[in-house]
Design a protein around this ligand. Structure first.
Ligand SMILES: [Zn+2]
Length: 318
């Protein structure tokens, strides 16, 4: 299959599923201006999308296993991957890219190569990965990435660039890796030949996994039409200041006892939030989002200064 054929075939998947009623349409979200807010003084945009709240209510042990995928729904097999529509789309056209064989959601070399290859072909999409529960992954049993369609994103980001792309970057001793300088979340901007990008992600993933941290990856076509990858190491101590398991328990308790989650955010930060797209599932939390709160949230969701410097030194070492 040529890249053009793959691109064409995957663009049909979500349309067919939506037309057959397998996946809800969320097009109305983007058509209603009350569902989109630009946060003052920043490039960051908030979107209200109630459909996404269902994405955490999975019941089966491996809800995305290709082996259990309904036979009457469209999919595309590519290399070792299985591409299908996301059942709880953020936008119409939102896809899942899943490893065909059952294996845990842990970034390995094969996964990194597949992520970079797919991103370089699926240029009509932003390819994203939430690595680890603290980085917003809701399914940890099976390796997967997500594809957000530019066709929908362009109605939110009219310049066809992600908010993080406006951040200034600084060079490191490694040509393909730059650091984000004036973005509220700490992270890397990676660009280069495919093997350089794979190598950079490998180093960053090794640095985060050896410290038991999470990682968010977003790959997009850049201004010079080459693939640009943003990588955000994630603290496990967010948002409560306690490690993830305690934090989750506290949130679950507050839901039961108070009927609402603690804190300003009733949702976790995944890759979309880290690159500047806040997706709220409840109107209340959507309306409470301010530029200041989001900036603070992004800082808290990032690794601390000392850890960051340590990661940068390790990643850029020759
Ligand atoms: Zn599985």
């Amino acid at each position: 299959m040529t890249p053009a054929e793959l691109s064409k075939r995957i663009s049909q998947i979500a349309i067919r599923d939506r037309d057959a009623g397998h996946v809800p349409s969320v097009a109305h979200v983007l058509e209603d201006s009350k569902h989109i807010r630009r946060l003052g003084g920043s490039e960051i945009v908030a979107v209200l999308n109630p459909v996404r709240s269902l994405a955490v209510s999975y019941r089966s042990s491996c809800p995305i296993c290709p082996a259990d995928f309904p036979a009457d729904r469209p999919f595309v097999k590519w290399r070792t991957r299985f591409i299908r529509a996301n059942d709880h789309p953020v936008f119409d056209g939102h896809l899942l890219d899943i490893r065909q064989r059952h294996s845990p959601h842990q970034l390995d070399t094969e996964g990194i190569c597949d992520f970079v290859s797919l991103a370089s072909i699926a240029t009509d999409y932003v390819t994203i990965r939430n690595e680890g529960e603290c980085a917003g992954a809701s399914v940890l049993t099976h390796d997967h990435n997500q594809l957000l369609p530019w066709a929908a994103l362009e109605s939110i980001f009219p310049t066809a660039h992600l908010p993080v792309e406006s951040a200034h970057t600084a060079p490191t001793s490694r040509k393909s890796i730059r650091t984000l300088e004036d973005w509220p979340a700490r992270g890397f901007a990676i660009q280069g030949h495919q093997d350089e990008v794979v190598d950079a992600i490998r180093k960053i993933a090794a640095a985060t996994s050896s410290r038991n941290l999470g990682l968010n990856l977003a790959a997009t076509r850049s201004r010079n039409s080459r693939t640009m990858v943003f990588a955000f190491p994630r603290t496990t101590k967010w948002p409560s200041g306690y490690p993830a398991p305690i934090s989750h328990l506290a949130r679950a308790c507050s839901r039961v006892l108070l009927g609402k989650p603690i804190g300003h955010f009733s949702y976790g930060f995944g890759t979309a939030q880290m690159f500047g797209l806040m997706i709220a599932t409840e109107r209340k939390s959507f309306e409470r989002l301010t530029s200041q709160r989001v900036h603070r949230g992004l800082r808290q969701a990032s690794v601390g200064r000392a850890t960051w410097q340590d990661i940068v030194a390790g990643v850029t070492m020759h």
